[in-house]
Ligand binder design. Structure first.
Ligand SMILES: C[S@@+](CC[C@H](N)C(=O)[O-])C[C@H]1O[C@@H](n2cnc3c(N)ncnc32)[C@H](O)[C@@H]1O
Length: 209
């Protein structure tokens, strides 16, 4: 189990993870209207939040893990002091243009129906939810017994979980899209084509109807 600080150091020094994060942050910043507020849901140690705040977006952060929150409080000390980053104890405590959930936050949920219902009360109409989730078709995982054991379940039911991985759930995108409806419509899904075999993460962009 990582402490917040270990997680932070690992993610900031891992080139493949940094590349994924850069793409996710760029997509968020390109989509956000100037000065719009954002909720970073499952904000971890505040790496994305700090970037959004630096670009002029007041950023609410919701993070259930105490260890992550403690490190976020250190890393984003100045932004919290000047209220460009605001800690919330429930996502429902803010109303924003966008919600982001980077690096597999939604893989901690067994089902997303209630979550999207809740987020529909947080995101303004016309706003968006951008999430990055583990790509269940990533061929790099095919070397593991658990992947081969679950591949037919994935194709049939669109989801599975393995207990050995702290109850991380994997989803076919269609299952998440179904859970998001009727509050959110899928606007874009990456990767495409061969990317489904080689990209560890998939990005799903939902628009609030
Ligand atoms: C891999 S970390 C990603 C952290 C951060 N988003 C980032 O980009 O570095 C996954 C995060 O999901 C958070 N998480 C787990 N269950 C959650 C839940 N039910 N609601 C919100 N966040 C959750 C964890 O505490 C953890 O910080």
């Amino acid at each position: 189990m990582h402490t917040g600080e270990q997680y932070h150091q690992f993610f900031l020094t891992s080139p493949p993870d940094r590349a994924v994060r850069d793409r996710f942050q760029k997509m968020t910043l390109d989509l956000l209207p100037k000065g719009a507020d954002v909720l970073d849901f499952g904000a971890g140690t505040g790496i994305d939040a700090k970037t959004y705040a630096a670009h002029g977006h007041q950023t609410f952060v919701y993070e259930p893990s105490e260890s992550m929150r403690d490190y976020l409080a250190q890393y984003c000390h100045d932004e919290i002091a000047d209220k460009t980053i605001v800690k919330v104890t429930s996502p429902l405590a803010c109303k924003v243009q966008a919600v982001t959930a980077n690096f597999a936050v939604l893989n901690h949920f067994a089902d997303h129906t209630l979550l999207f219902e809740e987020l529909s009360r947080v995101v303004h109409r016309g706003g968006f939810v951008l999430v990055s989730m583990l790509n269940p078709y990533y061929l790099g995982d095919a070397r593991y017994g658990w992947w081969r054991k679950n591949v037919f379940r994935l194709l049939r039911r669109g989801r599975y979980a393995i207990a050995s991985e702290s109850n991380i759930h994997r989803f076919a995108p269609r299952v998440v899209v179904q859970a998001a409806a009727p509050h959110f419509q899928l606007e874009s899904l990456v990767p495409r084509g061969f990317g489904w075999a080689i990209d560890l993460y998939m990005f799903l962009l939902f628009r609030r109807a």
